[in-house]
Each structure stands twice: as structure tokens, then as C-alpha cells.
Design a protein around this ligand. Structure first.
Ligand SMILES: NC(=O)C1=CN([C@@H]2O[C@H](COP(=O)(O)OP(=O)(O)OC[C@H]3O[C@@H](n4cnc5c(N)ncnc54)[C@H](OP(=O)(O)O)[C@@H]3O)[C@@H](O)[C@H]2O)[C@@H](O)CC1
Ligand SMILES: Nc1ncnc2c1ncn2[C@@H]1O[C@H](COP(=O)(O)OP(=O)(O)O)[C@@H](O)[C@H]1O
Length: 284
């Protein structure tokens, strides 16, 4: 990965995919059920941020599968959530039949608990977003990629997935993103300044929006939940990736003008307003 051979097209902000307006008779069953898997001990917040982002971006229902210790705090913050902590892989497989979209990885950890949750999802033929520790587990090689997969590595995770250094990833990010898409048969979002979207067919886009105030914990978790919500509302991987990346980066840019100390959860109301301006809930 030495010389940049592939020049990504800039994301076409004037022509981003839209969510359709909702009928007056709409009901929650039409906007998908997102299941969030994550939040091992010490990292419950990551899964919670992703779940909150999915709710705030319009998913019809959101279920959180996490450690039992995180259920009460999660419900205190968001009573709209449905919560579970499966006792066995069999029980989880049964529960996941209800899911339309899976988001796995935020705070999942790489211990047996996280590994067993992820191993249940690999066989499910549903749209899936894998982030954070789902990618670290995938990189270990003993979990196979799911069939319909969107992966969201930061450069550290990309380096683990391609078994190279972060420096090699950053030297030629376009090639790294395309290589990940081919190797894992997935749509890829390679995060960091100048986020890239790559598809298995070789389509490559770059987003030059965003702000260094986003270099803090949880911003990737919010992106993962946002992607889940857009997939649940009917977008395909590439559409969801383009719109989510734009909403996330522009929200960060707007709030970044306030300087350091931006919280990932601060993005949520801004993402909601940007989404409404872009794809109004009601037809005008
Ligand atoms: N509140 C919670 O519960 C939270 C929980 N969280 C959860 O923690 C778990 C571990 O995830 P994590 O991302 O913190 O650790 P990890 O994968 O080792 O990555 C760090 C290394 O990767 C690299 N690197 C990253 N970005 C880069 C960039 N733009 N540009 C260049 N390099 C970059 C960089 O490598 P270096 O440069 O140091 O070699 C860096 O040291 C995971 O489950 C996550 O969900 C978090 O979401 C936080 C909030
Ligand atoms: N300097 C930056 N410029 C633009 N976007 C950034 C910058 N730093 C971080 N981000 C964005 O913030 C998010 C950070 O995600 P990630 O590294 O997975 O964090 P976490 O695991 O803590 O949620 C990514 O979407 C990334 O593109």
C-alpha cells in the first residue's frame, strides 16, 4: 500500500439518497426493528449510544442486547428501548428472528461473551453493521463475515483486519478501503478525517466534512446506530453509508465550532434536524 492508485469521488452532497416521507397512517412496524449487540463490562455506554442514535434517526423499534448489569441504566436513560441479556446462544438465535437489522460491536469486547453473541449473527441473512470489537473478532479469523455486511473500521481496526500497520492504512486509505471490501465481501466505511466509503464493486467515495472535535469517545458508536436506523428504514448499504456519513460529519462540523469537549451524544439532536431538513417526515 505505497502509492495512491485509486482516486475516490467526493460524496455528492447535492444528490444524497433520501428517506421517503411517511404516510399519515404510518406505524412503527414499517420502520424496522434494529437489534444492538454490545456493551460488555466497562463499555455499556458504547452500545447505549448506538441504540440511542438508532432511535433518534427513526428506527421503528430498537432492542439492546447487553450485559445484565447495563439494563437498568439503559432503561433509565431511554425507556423507549427494549432490553435483553440472553443466557445462551440458542436463546439469542431465537430472539434475533425478530430483527430486521443487526448492529454488532460497540463495546462488545473480545472475551467469550462477545464472541458468542457475534457467532450467532454470522449465520443470519439480514443486513448487519459490524463495528468496533465485532471487527476485532473478525480480524482474529475464527468468525466468518455475515452475508450482508457493512463494516465501519477506524484505521486501527482496518490495520487489524488487513494485518498491517495503521501507518500503512493511512498511506493509501483508498486502496485499504477497497481491499477490505473485497476481502470481507462488505460495504466499507473507513473512518477518520476524510472518511471513505468503498463497495465490493469498486465504487469509492470520500467525505471531506467533519471536525477534529469529533476525535473523542463514542462518535463511532453513534455512527453505527445511525446506519442501523437508515437500513431499517429501507436504504441499501451504500445509500445508508452515504447519508449517515454526511449527517454525522455535518453535525460534528456544526457543533465543532464550539471547540473541544464535544460529546458524541451532543450530535443526536443535530443529526435529527439535519435528517428532517434533508428527508422531511411528512410530504409537503
Ligand atoms: N463509552 C464507552 O463504552 C466506549 C467504548 N468504546 C469501545 O471500546 C472498545 C475499543 O475501541 P477503541 O476504538 O477505543 O480502541 P482500539 O480499537 O484499540 O482503537 C484505538 C487505536 O486505533 C487507532 N486509531 C483509531 N482511530 C484512528 C484514526 N482516526 N487515525 C489513526 N489511528 C486511529 C490508534 O492506533 P495507534 O495510532 O495508537 O497505533 C488507536 O490507538 C470498542 O468496543 C469500542 O466500542 C469506545 O467506543 C469508546 C467509548
Ligand atoms: N479529525 C476528525 N475529522 C473528521 N472526523 C473525525 C475526526 N476524528 C474522528 N472523526 C470521526 O468520529 C468517529 C470516531 O469513531 P471511532 O474511532 O470508531 O470512535 P469510538 O470507537 O470511540 O466510537 C468516526 O466516524 C470518525 O470519522
Amino acid at each position: 500500500m505505497s502509492s495512491p492508485l485509486f482516486e475516490p469521488l467526493p460524496l455528492d452532497f447535492s444528490n444524497l439518497p433520501k428517506l421517503p416521507p411517511r404516510q399519515g397512517t404510518a406505524h412503527k412496524g414499517q420502520f424496522g426493528h434494529v437489534w444492538l449487540l454490545g456493551g460488555d463490562h466497562g463499555m455499556g455506554g458504547a452500545a447505549l449510544l448506538a441504540a440511542e442514535a438508532a432511535l433518534r434517526a427513526g428506527a421503528g423499534r430498537v432492542s439492546l442486547m447487553t450485559r445484565a448489569a447495563h439494563l437498568a441504566p439503559a432503561l433509565t436513560r431511554m425507556p423507549e428501548l427494549m432490553t435483553h441479556s440472553a443466557d445462551s446462544s440458542y436463546a439469542l438465535a431465537q430472539l434475533l428472528q425478530q430483527a430486521d437489522v443487526l448492529v454488532a460491536g460497540p463495546g462488545l469486547g473480545q472475551a467469550p461473551w462477545g464472541r458468542s453473541l457475534l457467532s450467532v449473527t454470522t449465520t443470519l441473512d439480514k443486513p448487519q453493521v459490524w463495528d468496533a470489537d465485532a471487527l476485532n473478532l473478525l480480524a482474529h479469523g475464527d468468525i466468518s463475515p455475515a452475508k450482508s455486511l457493512l463494516i465501519t473500521p477506524h484505521p486501527g481496526e482496518a490495520a487489524r483486519l488487513l494485518r498491517c500497520s495503521v501507518q500503512q492504512i493511512q498511506q493509501d486509505r483508498p486502496q485499504a478501503a477497497l481491499c477490505l471490501a473485497k476481502r470481507y465481501q462488505a460495504t466499507v466505511i473507513l473512518k477518520g478525517a476524510g472518511t471513505l466509503i468503498a463497495t465490493m464493486d469498486g465504487d469509492l467515495r470520500r467525505c471531506d466534512r467533519g471536525h477534529p472535535s469529533m476525535a473523542g469517545p463514542g462518535f463511532g458508536d453513534v455512527l453505527a446506530g445511525l446506519l442501523g436506523a437508515l437500513l431499517a428504514q429501507g436504504m441499501v448499504d451504500f445509500e445508508a453509508a452515504c447519508l449517515a456519513i454526511w449527517l454525522h460529519a455535518v453535525a460534528g462540523e456544526q457543533l465543532g465550532s464550539g471547540g473541544r469537549g464535544l460529546l458524541a451524544s451532543d450530535l443526536l439532536p443535530v443529526i435529527r434536524s439535519l435528517l428532517e431538513a434533508h428527508s422531511p417526515c411528512l410530504a409537503h
